[in-house]
Ligand binder design. Structure first.
Ligand code: 6R9
Length: 693
């Protein structure tokens, strides 16, 4: 480990003179105020936004203690607003119609487009009118399954404009996952696209969406329309590489006609199975719609969106966020964590299908009137310097990505970075999983040329925005630490019995009170919201992560302490993977644990027990991997699979996962296994470890 890991990185000179928060004293003052008087603190911030009606009831009302009744959180009672109006109309009315909202950068470097605030507003109104004409109204849910194109931003804002609720499903999810989410949300409309190139890979979104629509139909969900963006005609297909191979060729044969056009014939305007005229081309109806549409004024606590995240009991949870608090929180975290100033060019590499994309590609930047890069592709296509090329091309000053991407790119050394002029960079952010000091230092030194601020932002789908983060220009950083709580957030570390660990120590990371951007419920299952986040420690929101506080008060998030895995920043539950494995007729029982992975952070290591008479061979291993891929999505593909004649279970039948985690990494230090029903199984499993481990 590099020797500097213990040293403090002072706020970088590039931001220190102009930062919104420029010293630890100022941070402490603001943080104190945000806790002592939330109304004064957030009330002042709320003045920047348009509220059609002001707060009439309590500014903040909540209960975090299950023993005192139902858990609830309400901010800005009685206030009325519209987040789309605040993202767009507010800036256009202030004369910023011609300012660039997004530089869209396609999968292929030849594809690029510029979208201004004025154009975005018009497109949003058109789509809002199309949705209204289909009968979509306040409170209805609209599923969105799209690539990283401007129409995705347009779609979500159009939904928000009319008071409907968006439910975005990441374009890497399978038909089953999409259908489950649409069913859970009772989505009445699906917005999607024909297909997308991600690197050299084709993702046939419409085909997957059709599969999902069939599944929904079989379960009686009435979908009124699938609105389809024709994307493939407008983009450059992957070119043959220098070694003569043509990426995407297999897909080209099956999905394209002789002239190179993407084929959807026979799959479009599907009647019969999917009902009459379900499919509507975006470009046909949207261009015909009016570019004016009044926003619907909504209650601050009306729902804005739901976004599914894995739950430790298996089925994904629809995390529900509401309008007012989320608006104040994403806007404020964006402004302070990235020290955003007019003139900045901001680039967040996250897909909008994840919370990072919701809060820090769409809402946070637009609420601040920022100019961002919207990137469709992947970090390694058509070459491993793609991120750096984009930063140079647009003179990006604030860049936000995930440790898994940093670790991938770090493997290629410094050369691909040094080829580009990255001197525009002032702040580099990271999110998604714990950052190792090595990756942090590489990011700081090589990408940031030792003259930037690094912000390692800790947060969750549930928290809506950053909850623990350094502030550029104020916080002296320690590589690998997310540092200190954001304004409005009060952190505590608890031991197993719920006693608070003051000062130095390690424990469960919890929050003592609500901040404006936190989730309000699990859609359709408030009980699950209470059980998951509030039952273990009454009076606290439990993150499910562990953390350590060092002698200087810095917080170091150590990772999940529940049955969750974090693969390349994507959360998965062990139960979710196990239930897809046992769907295979050869599998009687399965147990899945996380194994550390140099690039992904963690990867899946699966133990499978077979049903009588079945054989464990390469064919079965391949089938099981496909099973998990198709049930959940390609990012969930297991790296390791091993035969388990039995699983280490306690007498009460609980699988002792810590033992499996040890076996997965080849460590014989099992600890106390005397409570196992059959301790001899541990040694047997160890011997059966696959060779490649
Ligand atoms: C935003 C997002 C949340 C989980 C979270 C934690 C991990 C996120 C982190 C981090 C250490 C950071 N996580 N950021 N761990 N340091 N800076 O990623 O949301 O997909 O819901 O994942 O990710 O384990 O609980 P989500």
């Amino acid at each position: 480990m590099p020797t500097e890991t213990a040293s403090m990185f002072n706020p970088a000179s590039k931001v220190s003179k102009i930062s919104h928060c420029s010293s630890m004293e100022q941070y402490k003052q603001m943080h104190d105020k945000s806790l002592k008087d939330p109304e004064a603190f957030w009330g002042e911030i709320a003045k920047q936004f348009h509220f059609e009606e002001k707060v009439r009831g309590k500014f903040l009302d909540y209960n975090f203690d299950t023993s005192k009744g139902k858990i609830f959180v309400r901010w800005l009672e009685g206030a009325k607003t519209n987040i789309c109006y605040n993202c767009l109309d507010r800036h256009v009315l202030a004369g910023k119609a011609d300012q660039v909202a997004f530089y869209w950068e396609g999968n292929d470097p030849a594809d690029a487009e510029v979208v201004t605030y004025g154009e975005l507003l018009k497109d949003v109104c058109r789509v809002a009118n199309v949705l209204k004409a289909k009968g979509v109204a306040k409170g209805d849910s609209v599923a969105i399954y799209m690539p990283m194109v401007k129409q995705l931003v347009v779609a979500m804002l159009a939904v928000a404009r009319i008071g409907a609720v968006h439910s975005i499903v990441f374009g890497g999810y399978s038909a089953d996952s999409l259908a489950d989410r649409m069913m859970d949300a009772s989505a009445s409309v699906l917005i999607t696209a024909d297909a997308v190139w991600r690197g050299a890979k084709l993702i046939a979104l419409k085909e997957i969406a059709d599969e999902a629509l069939k599944l929904c139909r079989a379960k009686d969900l009435k979908v009124k329309m699938s609105l389809v963006v024709k994307h493939m005609d407008t983009v450059t297909a992957p070119q043959p590489t220098s070694n003569g191979t043509a990426p995407g060729n297999a897909a080209k044969k099956t999905h394209f006609d002789d002239k190179g056009n993407y084929k959807l014939d026979g799959r479009f305007h599907v009647t019969g199975e999917l009902g009459p005229l379900l499919d509507v081309w975006w470009h046909e109806v949207v261009s015909a719609a009016s570019s004016e549409c009044d926003p619907v004024w909504l209650d601050a606590e009306d729902p804005l969106f739901m976004l599914y995240t894995s739950g430790s009991t298996g089925t994904p949870k629809g995390v529900l966020h509401t309008i007012g608090g989320y608006m104040l929180y994403t806007a404020t975290t964006f402004k302070y964590s990235f020290d955003y100033h007019p003139g900045d060019i901001y680039f967040c590499t996250a897909d909008i299908g994840w919370i990072t994309g919701h809060s820090y590609v769409t809402y946070g930047p637009l609420l601040n009137g920022a100019t961002s890069v919207l990137f469709e592709g992947v970090p390694t296509y058509p070459h491993i310097g793609r991120f750096w090329e984009i930063i140079e091309k647009y003179k990006v000053s604030k860049f936000y990505t995930a440790p898994t991407a940093i670790r991938t790119l770090m493997k290629f050394g410094d050369e691909p970075v040094k080829k580009y002029d990255l001197s525009s960079l002032a702040v580099l952010g990271s999110v998604g999983s714990p950052s190792t000091p090595e990756a942090w230092l590489w990011y700081y030194r090589v990408v940031g040329d030792s003259s930037v601020s690094i912000v390692d932002t800790f947060w969750q789908t549930e928290t809506g925005g950053h909850v623990i983060t350094p502030l550029p220009g104020a916080t002296p950083c320690k590589p690998g630490s997310a540092c200190f709580p954001f304004f409005g957030v009060e952190v505590a570390l608890l031991d197993e019995e719920g006693h608070e660990i003051k000062g130095e120590g390690e424990g469960y990371l919890v929050f003592c009170r609500p901040w404006p951007g936190m989730m309000r419920t699990v859609y359709g299952n408030h009980q699950r919201f209470e059980t998951t986040y509030f039952k273990k420690f009454p009076g606290f929101y439990c993150t499910g992560d562990g953390a350590r506080r060092d002698s200087d008060g810095y917080i170091w998030v150590t990772g999940r302490i529940d049955d969750m895995l974090n693969v390349s920043g994507h959360l998965l539950s062990t139960a979710q993977v196990e239930s897809s494995l046992v769907e295979h007729s050869s599998v009687a029982e399965a147990a899945v644990v996380a194994r550390p992975h140099i690039v992904k952070g963690e990867c899946l290591y699966c133990f499978v027990t077979l049903t009588e008479g079945k054989t464990y061979d390469d064919k079965l291993i391949a089938e099981l991997k496909v099973k998990v891929r198709s049930k959940i999505g390609p990012f969930a593909t297991p790296d390791f699979m091993q035969l388990a004649p039995g699983l280490p279970k306690t007498r009460s039948g609980k699988i002792m996962r810590r033992v499996l985690r040890k076996i997965a990494v080849g460590d014989r230090d099992f600890g106390d296994i005397s409570t196992l029903a059959d301790p001899s199984i541990v040694e047997k499993l160890f011997e059966l470890r696959p060779k490649e481990t």
